[in-house]
Design a protein around this ligand. Structure first.
Ligand code: Q46
Ligand code: ZN
Length: 330
């Protein structure tokens, strides 16, 4: 198959766009579409300081590379989860992020969960009896917001792609999670201590971000996080891939159709946010979920030596239980 824009051999065919492109023509197309999405949703301008949440995977590293190439002021933010897995997952991920930071000449902020919370994600999972992704998602959201505020970034960008967004939408519709539907959008504006959050890759498929990473020789971690295996969203992705195969463009139409009617799910009165009495980060009341998690982990660690005492500290005493969703894209 030939490239649509030049006589060279195509490396990718995108049936939803009826478009085949060669390696030289692919990046300009990808960057133009990134810019289009940024403008469509008024995500940020070249005067803004952007903090890109990078995980070492193809989506977030491609996002950082693309924003930098387009001339945006974008630094990286890596959260070391302390997950060992096969081949040292977190360590490898950090290395890939640092390599790109060096190549772009941009700053990479690194925060370690074990230092901040008192234990890495696998231990937090055991100490709290929460699903790893539930605790991990809470911690990541908290750190992203806190560090963007403290280091005075204007906006937080994550690498969620079309496949991620459509799988989450599918799940939210299946379970009629009205609150989550109201908040599912590529731009969440700043409010009451919460930084603006954007998803510039919301219209790119996983295949498209992978090809961008390959064409630009961005080294990324290919292994999934060990806790992602078996996540429900992965099975939704399979179902949606079949639908897309039968009718190319289905995912994009599903998502765009939702964006048009999303206002129907708006909560009449979103709960007001107040500063956490311990850390000052926004919460709906009293002590925030992160501070309660830290307290719980540290209490359990202190009690771990006596089994009777450990029994007494119920792992269910944390009342903040987020739904267990694999939160990719960073
Ligand atoms: S990193 Fe964290 Fe994901 Fe791993 S523990 Fe789950 S939420 S799967 S993006
Ligand atoms: Zn707090």
């Amino acid at each position: 198959m030939r490239c649509r824009k030049c006589p060279k051999k195509a490396i990718i065919y995108m049936p939803e766009h009826r478009l085949a492109l060669c390696s030289a023509c692919y990046s300009p197309w990808f960057l133009e579409h990134t810019e289009r999405t940024i403008r469509k949703f008024k995500m940020f301008t070249r005067r803004d300081r952007i903090l890109v949440a990078v995980s070492g995977g193809k989506d977030s590293l491609s996002l950082w590379h693309a924003l930098h190439t387009l001339g945006y002021e974008a630094d990286g933010f890596y959260i070391d989860l302390g997950i060992v897995g096969r081949d040292g997952y977190s360590e490898q991920s950090k290395q890939r992020c640092q390599e790109l930071a060096d190549r772009l000449g941009r700053r990479l902020h690194i925060v370690r969960v074990a230092e901040q919370v008192g234990a890495p994600i696998p231990e937090i999972k055991d100490l709290t009896a929460r699903e790893a992704c539930s605790a991990c998602g809470l911690i990541k959201r908290y750190f992203m917001n806190r560090y963007a505020l403290e280091a005075e970034y204007d906006v937080i960008a994550t690498g969620h792609n079309l496949d991620d967004e459509v799988a989450v939408l599918f799940s939210n519709v299946l379970h009629w999670n009205r609150g989550y539907l109201a908040r599912q959008y590529p731009v969440l504006d700043e409010r009451e201590g919460l930084k603006k959050k954007v998803k510039p890759f919301v219209y790119f498929t996983e295949k498209q971000t992978t090809v961008y990473a390959l064409v630009n020789r961005i080294a990324y971690v290919r292994d999934e996080c060990p806790y992602a295996l078996g996540a429900t969203t992965l099975s939704y992705k399979d179902i949606l891939a079949q639908l897309e195969h039968q009718a190319p463009g289905t995912k994009r139409r599903f998502l765009d159709g939702f964006y048009q009617i999303r206002a129907l799910f708006a909560e009449p009165e979103a709960p007001a946010l107040v500063p956490c009495s311990r850390c000052g980060q926004p919460t709906t009341a009293g002590v925030c979920a992160y501070c309660r998690l830290v307290e719980h982990v540290q209490r359990r660690r202190g009690l771990a030596s006596t089994s009777v005492a450990a029994e007494a500290a119920s792992p269910r005493s944390l009342d903040h239980q987020e739904p267990v969703l694999h939160d990719p894209g960073s």
